[in-house]
Write a protein that binds this ligand. Sequence first.
Ligand SMILES: Nc1ncnc2c1ncn2[C@@H]1O[C@H](COP(=O)(O)OP(=O)(O)OP(=O)(O)O)[C@@H](O)[C@H]1O
Length: 327
Amino acid sequence: MITLRGLTKRYGETVAVDGLTCDIKAGRVTGFLGPNGAGKSTTMRMILGLDHPTRGRALIAGLPYASLRRPLCAVGAMLDARAVHPARSGRTHLFAQARANGIPVRRVDEVLEVVGLAKAARRPAGTYSLGMSGRLGVAGALLGDPPVLVLDEPVNGLDPDGVRWIRRLVRDQAAEGRTVFLSSHLMSEMQLTADHLVVIGRGRLLSDTSMAEFLAAASPASARAVVPDPGERATLVRRLMAADGVSVGTAESGELTVEGRTAAELGDLAHHCRVRLHQLGDVRVSLEEAYMDLTARSVEYATGGSDSDSTTGTPGATVAQHQGETP
Ligand SMILES: Nc1ncnc2c1ncn2[C@@H]1O[C@H](COP(=O)(O)OP(=O)(O)OP(=O)(O)O)[C@@H](O)[C@H]1O
């Protein structure tokens, strides 16, 4: 587990991270989201002891990074895939890391195999494509078989095959009980990969919630179904429109889109009215839509509101809670 408590980083006048409090738990993939400059990399650097917090703490399994005896065996990280000496081969780069952490050298060839770099392992890392550099970075993160993984934009530069590979890899790692904390700007990919989300804006916590709750909170109940019979369709629309807080859209194909009702509620009503439905389902917003909505409101909050700390430092803060505090 990674524990953040009041984590704060100032660079002169810039508050890069502002009182961040949350737990990144084991056994699930936690996605770390936020606009450019929100403080994600700074947070990750502080977790990994590469930057000192101005205030607060970042702990791995209860310890600050500096206290870890064999860091690579406690936490594997990839922050900057290109941060490798260009003249060194991928294999030599990993050997150096393994030796410094007391990791058996045979592990190097194992991880090179896992990330699909075995054939290119003896080439200078400077000749690697961005995707290959990313794979080498992931190999370094896996080297110590650590219980915690911190990956900054691991999907960057990967081809579609690579994207699927990293998705499967991190999901498998979480399924084995590890803590996986990863950032990405690719919302569609994050939606497929993460179980839980930590969202920050201007260094502050905006949301710490499961993917399912995040999406549900962002979209009002909404359902869709096809009503093949025009007469039955008219009956159902009439019944729906008679209720408060419901709006109905109809298409020539016979499809109804009903805002203000879940699929279960729409199905029950149709059953009650003896109306036949096809393709009944809930309508959910995408992660991208939910995220854009939340971060847009956070910008308003930050520029228009007071500086009082009402949303930050609250583990379990949800989108809905945040909405309530937006002026
Ligand atoms: N070494 C530094 N010196 C001064 N300011 C810094 C430094 N590192 C980061 N910052 C500032 O801190 C803020 C947060 O930056 P950070 O790189 O953590 O954001 P991010 O969420 O990772 O952004 P991105 O998605 O663009 O990678 C930004 O305003 C950035 O300019």
